[in-house]
Design a binder for this molecule. Structure first.
Ligand code: F0G
Length: 433
């Protein structure tokens, strides 16, 4: 049977809806795993239909062995690609760099992996109302899964600070959207403190089942690599759910004897929202919250909930926490985008972080690296367009691909193409483009 165990004091209890221990630590799920083998999971790839089509539920025995099929709400999610792009590898300065594109999930971010588990558990526990605080992607994902499950969804978002693609999703999928006059951390406090009074089931990553689902990023990536762990895994870090999930996934695989090498986790923060980076570089390793500010709104978080779990990940994997500037994020994004893969700003922190760690010689050029791209390019098209138009204040858009304007005649277009080589974007005047 799976139970909850406090990561701080070790208190164990049956699974319930309280995620914070009286000692202040967070609970995590502890499973008693049955017999599993790598062949077993490989065998599932040959099964067509049922929930094995999901890149989360394929690993059910490692995520939620007990939940009954009738509760599972799945799109299905996962099955995201692992890309090798030479120019991104060259940019970062390593020979072998892979991009695991979590933006290919049904709602366009990795959040779907945790959400399928969280919403399924919500159903199994008889919840009717679910809620989350969000910088955008969690709200989009929760709204989609709540709609599918027939649950009422309430999302709390920082007013005016989330990308339109994400807001559009939350609205369209029918969640109640509450814009909090404050930042993500204020919204998170409301959800944490108000769930009992307001009667909703929390679907932020403080809910340990979200973390269980997000472990599947690691399982799937390793399976795609024939269970050959890379030297490094780089992940953008905000509320620190992913960093926590990755460590737990690797620890469990090692305990089960399914991997014999531990990849090192590089958790990458934005300079303007870097409380975990500060913590890692402090003597007492305690979180000091801050006022966050970064162009990567997805990770604009100053008081990350899962810092203690994430710290364990960094320690247990001999990992590291790095920070990158908004300029470095947007520069890396332009390279990832121009490779044809593309991602939202926060995702590019992973590649920017690897480039920086390579320059500092923390990562060697012959080490293999997997960068997690957490969200889809289309999530924040506004920032992308502004980058290419050179309209982002304080950002050196040196890779911008500016559109050029022409009169709507073939003569002028021919002249333009001959004069400037081949501009990749041409705007035809008066056509409303
Ligand atoms: N990348 C993207 C695209 C995200 O949306 C988030 C978090 C992160 C990275 C950071 O992941 O929190 O696990 O460290 N977005 C949350 C949200 C906070 O509300 O959508 P983390």
């Amino acid at each position: 049977m799976s139970i909850f165990k406090c990561i701080r004091c070790g208190l164990e209890k049956p699974v319930d809806d309280e995620y914070v221990c009286p000692c202040g630590g967070l609970f995590e799920v502890q499973h008693s795993f049955g017999d599993v083998s790598l062949d077993y999971f490989d065998g599932k790839l040959r099964e067509i239909g049922s929930s094995w089509n999901s890149g989360v539920w394929r690993y059910k025995e490692l995520i939620h062995p007990e939940i009954e099929q009738k509760y599972i709400v799945s799109r299905p999610e996962g099955n995201t690609n692992l890309y090798k792009r030479q120019r991104v590898a060259e940019y970062a300065g390593v020979d072998q760099l892979y991009l695991k594109h979590e933006g290919e999930n049904p709602s366009g971010s990795f959040k779907d992996r945790g959400m399928t588990v969280g919403v399924s558990v919500a159903l199994s526990r008889g919840a009717t109302k679910v809620a989350c605080a969000s910088t955008g992607n969690t709200s989009a994902s929760m709204a989609a899964y709540a709609a599918q499950a027939g649950l009422q969804g309430v999302v709390f978002i920082p007013e005016g600070m989330i990308a339109y693609g994400k807001l559009a999703q939350a609205l369209a999928y029918g969640a109640k959207v509450v814009q909090v006059r404050g930042n993500f951390d204020d919204a998170m406090d409301i959800v944490k403190n108000g769930s009992k009074r307001l009667g909703f089931y929390i679907l932020n990553s403080i809910n340990p089942w979200r973390i269980e689902g997000q472990k599947s990023i690691i399982f799937e990536m390793l399976q795609q690599r024939r269970w050959n762990p890379p030297d490094w895994i780089a992940v953008p870090a905000g509320n620190l759910g992913n960093t926590s999930a990755f460590g737990k996934a690797l620890r469990e695989l090692e305990q089960l004897g399914l991997i014999d090498k531990m990849p090192r986790i590089a958790s990458i923060q934005a300079e303007g929202a870097n409380p975990f980076y500060q913590l890692w570089n402090s003597v007492d390793k305690k979180l000091v919250s801050m006022h966050p500010d970064t162009i990567a709104t997805a990770i604009k978080i100053g008081n990350p909930v899962s810092w203690e779990k994430a710290l364990r990940t960094i320690r247990e994997t001999d990992g590291i926490v790095e920070q990158v500037s908004d300029n470095e994020i947007m520069d890396a994004k332009a390279v990832i985008d121009a490779s044809g893969v593309g991602c939202e700003p926060a995702s590019a922190a992973s590649v920017a972080g690897v480039k920086k760690l390579r320059e500092k010689e923390v990562i060697a050029s012959d080490e293999s690296v997997v960068c997690i791209l957490t969200g889809n390019l289309m999530k924040d098209s506004d920032t992308t367009v502004k980058y290419h138009l050179g309209e982002l204040q304080g950002i050196d858009a040196r890779r911008s691909n500016k559109p050029v304007q022409v009169e709507p005649s073939l003569d002028s277009i021919e002249t333009l193409l001959q004069a400037t080589g081949t501009p990749s974007s041409v705007m035809v005047k008066n056509l409303g483009v």
